[in-house]
Write a protein that binds this ligand. Structure first.
Ligand code: NA7
Length: 548
């Protein structure tokens, strides 16, 4: 079957891209989704405590006032099931499901130059083709299960948080081991500890965390959200990270130590990611960052009553927020429970997994169940797993051997008419994702509309623009303290053998948006357009985006 466009993935990105291409441009479109339902990241991440770190009033689409007005969030941060319900609501309103094929994993995609077509192959052996291929596969969707010796010997059950069973997992009466203390592990440990007989947390790198201060939302707040649609939309589009809060203008050195402490305490009491926004220079000035880091470490020592556990939890080796900064509900408090213990893998590394637990250098930990909160093969993993082949059979996996090469995180040279929503080299994971997604989807939609209008057969990133953009992405990261945490997944350091390149664009979403707009306005500067051929789509003429 041939379509104008194929979209891979039915999360926030795939759903909106389907709406834009089908309902705005009138293209024939099919979405292919590996999961059994909508949700993308939130379809797979159903682990205990799974919740978004962005607040409900901004973790949503802003392309339609009506769509936003009719949705009521129940808590300050949306839980995984509420996000799935929201996406289901969107899909119903826009009648999206009829063009989505669930339970279908794309295992190969290749471009045929003569026909100017992408052909994809699914895990059931089906083939489909399209003029445009859009990947909406998410940045954190390829689960990373570490290759720890002995896993196959383990007689209990084990799960990765990013591939959590739909029916849930019963921890009651079980001895549970959790490996990993990133954003996920910090969310799951307090919830697992509530029902498990015992929870052992295996920590490799100690991590900062700020209280989320999650709470139910009042009717008054939801009314404010409805009435503030324009302001919220504008704020998310003009801030560096797509959230609605602004980063303070002051530097740490502008205030006295007493005032600084007061500012940190107030932000701590308020909770959430905006803790980092209290000063302008915490991500660029080591001394400034250290004041914030020390404040969080002091709070860890205040909360955790066992001095040895407190010291291990506060022994953090990177600047605050140089790795993804988690927010939590009672994470450090969890270590005061009698049924929770901490193993510091830096002092006592895992030797192997055995039939009945985990053996570290100094101890045997008997376990019925292991939870891998060990993260993802981020950003590049989901794309490389699709076996994408471009012009003359070139393989993306080969082209990216030394790290991802993209222009604006939107396209790669040698892969015409392939667009990657929130691909490596775009702001993506450094932002409130739906805002970054909307910007990409709208840019791609406008680009395809432009191609149709002007009879452009192909669009493809140029080699030179890709090289220049790649250097710029590295330069931007080097100008921040993100560059100091070389062991973060932003560099690909969590996956053995992965090239170490800073992957997301850290120059800010608002600036990035202006760059993309400027590129389009200058006749897609940095892209190679083939204006020779007639366009090959079968859809009707472009129409305005209808109201919902
Ligand atoms: P992260 O942030 O990659 O965290 C994974 C955690 O697992 C982290 O503590 C890792 O330690 C640990 N890990 C990974 N491999 C191992 C091995 N082999 N042994 C011990 N510990 C290991 O993933 P999350 O799922 O928490 O969060 C991902 C994103 O999802 C998050 O940033 C939000 O954007 C949403 P390390 O730090 O590498 O030493």
């Amino acid at each position: 079957m041939h379509f104008d466009a194929l979209i891979v993935g039915a999360g926030f990105a795939g759903l909106y891209q389907l709406h834009c291409l089908r309902d705005r441009l009138g293209l024939t479109v099919r979405v292919l989704e590996a999961g059994g339902d909508l949700g993308g990241t939130w379809y797979w991440n159903r682990y205990p405590g799974a919740r978004c770190d962005s607040e409900s009033h901004v973790y949503r689409y802003f392309f339609s006032r009506e769509l936003s007005a009719e949705w009521q969030s129940s808590e300050r941060y949306p839980g995984a099931s509420e996000i799935r319900a929201y996406l289901d609501y969107v899909a119903r309103k826009l009648d999206l499901r009829r063009d989505i094929q669930f339970g279908t994993r794309v295992v190969a995609a290749s471009y045929a130059e003569g026909a100017n077509r992408w052909t994809i192959e699914t895990d059931s052996g089906a083939r489909m083709s399209a003029t445009w291929l859009v990947t909406a596969v998410g940045c954190l969707s390829a689960a990373n299960v570490p290759d720890i010796p002995g896993l196959h010997d383990f007689q209990g059950k084990w799960y990765h948080t990013g591939q959590w069973p739909r029916d849930g997992v019963d921890f009651s009466g079980k001895r549970v081991g959790q490996i990993g203390t990133g954003s996920t592990g910090i969310q799951s440990a307090p919830v697992i500890a509530q029902t498990a007989a015992h929870l052992t947390v295996f920590q490799r790198t100690a991590n900062y965390s700020v209280p989320a201060r999650n709470a139910p939302l009042t009717a008054e707040f939801n009314r404010w959200v409805r009435e503030s649609f324009d302001e919220l939309r504008e704020a998310t589009r003009s801030t560096i990270n797509g959230h609605a809060f602004r980063i303070a203008e002051r530097n740490v050195a502008d205030v006295s130590p007493e005032e600084r402490e007061e500012i940190y305490r107030a932000a701590w009491a308020k909770g959430g990611l905006q803790f980092r926004a209290t000063f302008r220079d915490v991500m660029t000035n080591r001394a400034a960052n250290q004041t914030m880091a020390e404040f969080v470490k002091a709070r860890i020592r205040d909360v955790v009553s066992n001095p040895e556990a407190a010291a291990d939890l506060a022994d953090i080796d990177h600047p605050y927020a140089a790795k993804r900064p988690p927010i939590d509900t009672d994470y450090f408090e969890t270590f005061n429970r009698p049924n929770v213990s901490l193993v510091n893998l830096r002092k006592d590394p895992i030797e192997r997994i055995t039939a009945d637990g985990i053996r570290t250098k100094t101890a045997e930990h008997k376990l019925d169940l292991i939870v891998f909160a060990t993260g993802f093969d981020a950003l590049t993993g989901p794309l490389l797993r699709m076996n994408i082949r471009g012009r003359s059979g070139r393989l993306l996996r080969e082209d990216w051997k030394a790290g991802p090469r993209t222009y604006l995180g939107l396209q790669m040279p040698g892969y015409p008419n392939l667009f990657t929503i929130t691909g490596p080299g775009s702001p993506s994971v450094l932002t409130n994702m739906p805002v970054a997604i909307e910007q990409h989807v709208e840019w791609i939609t406008d680009c395809i509309a432009h191609m149709r209008e002007h009879g452009i057969r192909t669009i493809e990133a140029s080699e030179e623009a890709t090289r220049t953009w790649g250097e710029h992405v590295q330069e931007c990261a080097r100008a921040t303290l993100l560059w100091d945490a070389k062991h973060s997944w932003y560099f690909g350091a969590n996956v053995p053998g992965k090239p170490q390149v800073f992957m997301p664009y850290s120059g800010g979403l608002a600036r990035y948006r202006r760059t993309c707009e400027g590129v389009a306005a200058r006749d897609y500067e940095g892209f190679v357009l083939d204006r020779e051929g007639a366009s090959e789509f079968s859809g009707a003429a472009a129409t305005a985006l209808p109201g919902v």
